[in-house]
Design a protein. Structure first.
Length: 297
């Protein structure tokens, strides 16, 4: 114990004899730490600058590669549906690659990035099940092709329009009143889709109601004369007119004819208008809803 006390006393005497040397040691240590901090700050600032340049240049390059890839697909006459889908997919992949390079430039270790991406993938996969279902739906649509870009479709939700783009998660549909509708691919792949563009010729059934007591034969002859004058209506199968039902206030006739899909709606409008104008001249009348009431005293 006495020896330890003696050692402490000798050390204290040495410090008191050379205080300037101790201060110099402390000052040199502070200067070295400050210089190291400044150097680290400069190095990190340079890394940030390089990362910003890589980010801006990488995004520009990714967009340029995507545009070149789309032009290549157009030149090689790829399916338009496949062009929009692959273009979006490649653009996203390239940008993810750019962000990984930026993180490694800043100093983030690749093992850490892989670990974070793995954990993030699990979390995102659980949180975005619907989005992943839409992605899978896009793949199914491109593989089995229930519709293509340019087709007119009717979806299970009742939307009718022309397909403009098939993207990774959604399909862009333009309705006939010029609305732009984005439909999730998952619902499209699993729902009922009516492709109105498939099938060159389409059948049309028009209901014409006439009054009780009027001649069915006169109405039939007048309607068929109107149909024969329209060159857009196909001769085969032959147009027919028949009685479909005896309603409360009318005898219902059905005019059945075939046209090309593109002519279907214009022909329907023209035939309806001509029937309304011609049948009254043939003494065939359109009935109003009516009810006969018998009073028993």
């Amino acid at each position: 114990m006495d020896q330890e006390v003696q050692t402490v006393l000798e050390t204290t005497q040495e410090i008191l004899k050379n205080p300037t040397e101790i201060l110099n040691i402390e000052k040199s240590g502070i200067d070295a730490a400050l210089e190291s901090l400044i150097q680290a700050t400069v190095d990190f600032g340079l890394k940030i600058l390089v990362a910003v340049l890589i980010l801006s240049g990488g995004i520009w390059l990714a967009n340029k590669i995507t545009r070149s890839f789309k032009r290549m697909m157009e030149i090689r006459n790829f399916d338009p549906s496949l062009q929009s889908f692959l273009g979006s997919f490649i653009n996203i992949l390239l940008k993810i690659f750019v962000f990984i390079i930026v993180l490694t430039t800043v100093g983030v270790q690749m093992t850490s990035i892989v670990a974070v991406l793995g954990a993030a993938s699990l979390a995102v996969g659980m949180a975005l099940q619907g989005t992943l279902q839409n992605f899978a739906g896009g793949i199914v649509i491109l593989m089995f092709k229930p519709f293509r870009v340019g087709d007119t479709v009717e979806t299970a939700s009742g939307k009718v329009g022309v397909v403009k783009k098939i993207m990774i998660f959604t399909t862009e549909l333009h309705t006939f009143d010029n609305q732009v509708v984005f439909l999730p691919n998952g619902a499209l792949a699993n729902g009922i889709i009516t492709n109105l563009s498939h099938g060159k010729n389409r059948r049309t059934d028009l209901t014409v109601s006439i009054s009780y007591g009027d001649s069915v034969d006169a109405a039939r002859r007048a309607i068929l004369e109107i149909v024969k004058k329209d060159k857009r209506i196909l001769k085969t199968p032959e147009p027919v007119v028949f009685v479909s039902s005896l309603s409360d206030s009318s005898v219902d006739l059905v005019l059945r004819f075939w046209t090309s899909y593109t002519d279907m709606y214009p022909v329907m409008a023209d035939i309806n208008e001509q029937i309304y104008a011609v049948l009254p001249k043939k003494k065939v009348h359109f009935p109003f809803p009516q009810m006969d009431v018998h009073i028993v005293k």
